[in-house]
Ligand binder design. Structure first.
Ligand code: GLN
Length: 478
């Protein structure tokens, strides 16, 4: 039995009938990591000994009351793990060990999960290929010449390569859903505020959300139920509980109203993906859903708005890395020089580009033209979505315009890289939940993802729709 290939729900059954022990599951995942990760490069840190110790401790407890009992979890390296390096894949946080856990980590541990390692990412979650890591490149398990997507590329690759059943990612403009799409796994970003951001190293605070990357929709629902909920340490966390996300999964799609982009036939997207979208519409209709073309918020405006706001917020959030409080400090003669050298040597090119852009759009002369304008566009996109969700339960569109791309192919062209977020940023701008799930493969065998969006706090419907799509695609059954 290859325990590393089991889903959370399968492992749970095995634990409850007492036919496996957490130590065996952890060993199986560690074995998969030591076999494959030299090639894939998904992990920045693997906590083998501590994971095995915790597994042994859990064996004294019973699985019933703990929804993630004995489940190995990988955590993106921008989520604080007490006593373990949390570097955001940046030199500037080299060696930084937070003195506290992120709320999500505490929630996972309380539910019986075992943290097994920290995953590679684009530095400070800025990027779409995980090539911006200061430490290593992560490869796509489907074809190692290709990018795993980003910024949570390490998390998506770890799950796709069967090294763990679940990994946490963070999604500011698509960083959970885009790598999930490129690696053929399920990625969920909840409503803004659904999951506490306490202990998530901030990129763009009004957009950031933590969420699970898994191989099945059910596992996504299980993990979301554990990590979501109001947190007194995050004033933006929402008071209403997510409710029972798992029970409704098998309700089917009958009666749900789904909007699809009215002009997608003209879109410049992968041909196989377009065909999948067309076929899915027919399948959904056949299953009793009402599917209608609708005018979606302007995607070009959304991506432009995203890159103004995200960078503005990043330039302010990243001001704290000055060589005084955390991690790396450059050798220097004076205080000013210390700041300059630390930031100059500690940040990579993409982070510097964002800080410069962000500072520019916030500067006195350009604030109105860029930052304020982007806030207005954000309000417009939010109100467009509100109108749409007064008529429809869900919106369906691809996660990314195409499959993965070759490592190195886009890294020299930031604009092209930014455009892979065209379909994912709207959900962050509007703070609404969205999920990506694997929908098929290109002729070259690379995964393609389909995305569903729901209205504010609409996770139950979102997951119900995703479960129905999962049944149509049967991606994991091939
Ligand atoms: N790729 C986007 C960016 O580079 C999204 C990043 C994210 O969601 N963290 O900003």
């Amino acid at each position: 039995m290859e325990l590393n290939k089991k889903s959370i729900s399968e492992l749970r059954k095995l634990y409850i009938e007492n036919s496996v022990k957490p130590t065996e599951v952890v060993q199986s995942c560690l074995h998969a990591i030591s076999n494959k990760d030299k090639e894939i490069g998904a992990f920045l840190d693997v906590m083998s000994e501590d994971a095995l110790r915790r597994a042994a401790e859990l064996e004294k407890e019973s699985p019933e009351e703990m929804p993630l009992y004995g489940i190995p979890v990988a955590v993106k390296d921008n989520i604080c793990t007490m006593g373990y390096r949390t570097t955001c894949a940046s030199r500037i946080l080299e060696g930084y060990k937070p003195p506290y856990n992120a709320t999500v980590v505490d929630r996972l541990l309380k539910a019986g999960a075992i943290i097994i390692g920290k995953t590679n990412m684009d530095e400070f979650a800025m990027g779409s290929s995980t090539e911006n890591s200061a430490y290593q490149i992560t490869k796509n398990p489907w074809n190692v010449d290709f990018a795993p997507g980003g910024s949570s590329g390490g998390s998506a690759a770890a799950v796709a390569a069967y090294m763990v059943p679940v990994a946490l990612g963070s999604d500011t403009g698509g960083s959970i859903r885009q790598p999930a799409s490129l690696c053929g796994v399920v990625g969920l970003k909840g409503t803004y505020g659904r999951v506490s951001r306490y202990g998530l190293v901030a990129f763009a605070s009004s957009l950031d959300q933590i969420g699970p990357i898994t191989r099945t929709v059910e596992d996504s629902a299980i993990v979301m139920s554990v990590i979501s909920g109001q947190d007194p340490r995050d004033a933006t966390s929402i008071p209403d509980a997510a409710g029972d996300l798992v029970t409704g999964l098998n309700m089917g799609i009958e009666g749900l109203k789904i909007a699809v982009p009215e002009n997608f036939e003209e879109w410049d997207i992968d041909g196989v993906l377009k065909k999948i979208l067309k076929d899915t519409i027919e399948e959904l209709k056949g299953a009793g859903a009402i599917v209608e073309p609708a005018r979606l918020p302007d995607m070009d405006a959304s991506i432009a708005c995203y890159y103004v706001l995200a960078n503005a917020e990043a330039s302010s959030n990243l001001a704290r890395y000055d060589g005084v409080r955390y991690g790396f400090r450059a050798k220097s003669e004076s205080l000013d020089e210390m700041y300059e050298m630390t930031r100059g040597e500690g940040f990579g090119d993409e982070v510097k580009r964002r800080v410069l852009l962000g500072t520019y759009v916030l500067s006195a002369g350009y604030y109105d033209a860029y930052y304020n304008k982007a806030q207005q566009v954000r309000a417009m996109i939010c109100s467009n979505f509100e109108t749409l969700f007064s008529r429809y339960d869900l919106i369906m569109l691809p996660t990314v315009p195409g499959p993965s791309f070759k490592l190195g192919e886009r890294i020299g062209n930031p604009i092209e890289m930014y455009l892979s977020d065209i379909f994912t940023t709207p959900a962050n701008i509007a703070g609404i939940p969205a999920i990506s799930l694997p929908a098929g493969l290109t002729d070259k065998g690379l995964p393609l993802g389909m995305q569903l969006l729901a209205g504010y706090e609409g996770e139950t419907k979102l997951l119900r729709g995703a479960a129905a799509l999962e049944k149509i695609y049967k991606f994991n059954e091939d």
